[in-house]
Design a binder for this molecule. Structure first.
Ligand SMILES: [Zn+2]
Ligand SMILES: [Zn+2]
Ligand SMILES: [Zn+2]
Length: 283
């Protein structure tokens, strides 16, 4: 699988839209890998995870054909992961020579309800009709072309209906645990991890929520680097990951105290890669 990290920031972006803190000013001054847009990841150019307001910027920055995307997988309705307004200009006379006219969207019912409440009144029928919605349930695996995807309940909003993180497996058996946004996982998710190991062995890649990075946080909505270390240890002990698993840290915010190079220096000790906008990996 080819994995492109198009955006790697939490909701504010980094530098944050309305912030002049030291971390934001430093990022602005240093530029490069310190400039982060909102979270979005593209697998093999056809499976897109999340749709933040920076999606259009990602098209411009990376020369993407967004109509080549066949499957759109949404983690949750927070603004940095889902910006429904953009779909009101997908189709009709707004879009010509599309590679794929239809788009399959996979998400929880709350995400679809959010879409309808935000753009339901303004989207043209011919645009709406190009979208096929698939409502997901926790632990219920769905097939998306060459991928088998299982939604797992995140620990993020402290609600009955939690957002999803995902286990994605392609036809060759390559697999990713995509774990944004989530704090420490529920025991039922750990049970799922154990079951995965017995059926298919360690996963190829894990993408960890590392929002709080150097903060001493334990608020169960996101993770810090020390929490990621704790999770990695438990994952290694049950065989979900091994030395070959590519471990990626992602979804950063300006209050996390470290800039890219500082995070990288700390992450190396744990054999983790710090994601940056535009990073491309293969597993
Ligand atoms: Zn987020
Ligand atoms: Zn700031
Ligand atoms: Zn969120």
């Amino acid at each position: 699988m080819n994995i492109r990290f198009l955006g790697t920031a939490a909701a504010e972006g980094w530098p944050a839209a309305f912030c002049n803190c030291q971390a934001c000013r430093k990022a602005m001054q240093l530029g490069g890998k310190n400039i982060r847009t909102r979270s979005q990841t593209l697998i093999n150019g056809e499976l897109l995870i999340d749709f933040p307001p920076d999606t259009y910027m990602h098209k411009l920055s990376y020369g993407l054909d967004l109509t080549a995307v066949k499957h759109l997988l949404i983690t949750h309705k927070h603004m940095d992961h889902f910006f429904p307004q953009e779909f009101s200009i997908r189709g009709a006379y707004f879009s010509h020579d599309m590679t794929n006219e239809r788009l399959d969207i996979y998400c929880a019912q709350e995400v679809k309800d959010h879409f309808d409440s935000v753009v339901g009144g303004e989207i043209k029928e011919e645009c709406y009709d190009l979208l096929t919605w698939h409502i997901l349930s926790p632990f219920s695996t769905v097939t998306m072309g060459r991928y088998q995807v299982t939604p797992l309940p995140a620990s993020h909003m402290n609600e009955e209906n939690e957002p999803f993180v995902y286990h994605i497996v392609d036809k060759e058996g390559t697999s990713i645990l995509y774990l944004l946004d989530s704090g420490y996982y529920k025991e039922e998710v750990w049970d799922y991890f154990k079951a995965v190991v017995t059926t298919s062995g360690p996963v190829s890649m894990v993408v960890y929520d590392s929002t709080d990075f150097a903060l001493d946080s334990n608020h169960s909505k996101h993770m810090s680097f020390s929490e990621v270390k704790r999770v990695k240890e438990r994952m290694a002990s049950i065989g979900v990951i091994n030395e070959e698993t590519v471990c990626v840290l992602d979804h950063f915010f300006h209050n996390g105290k470290c800039l890219h190079d500082e995070m990288t220096a700390l992450a190396e000790s744990e054999n983790c890669i710090v994601a940056y906008d535009g990073m491309e990996l293969s597993v």
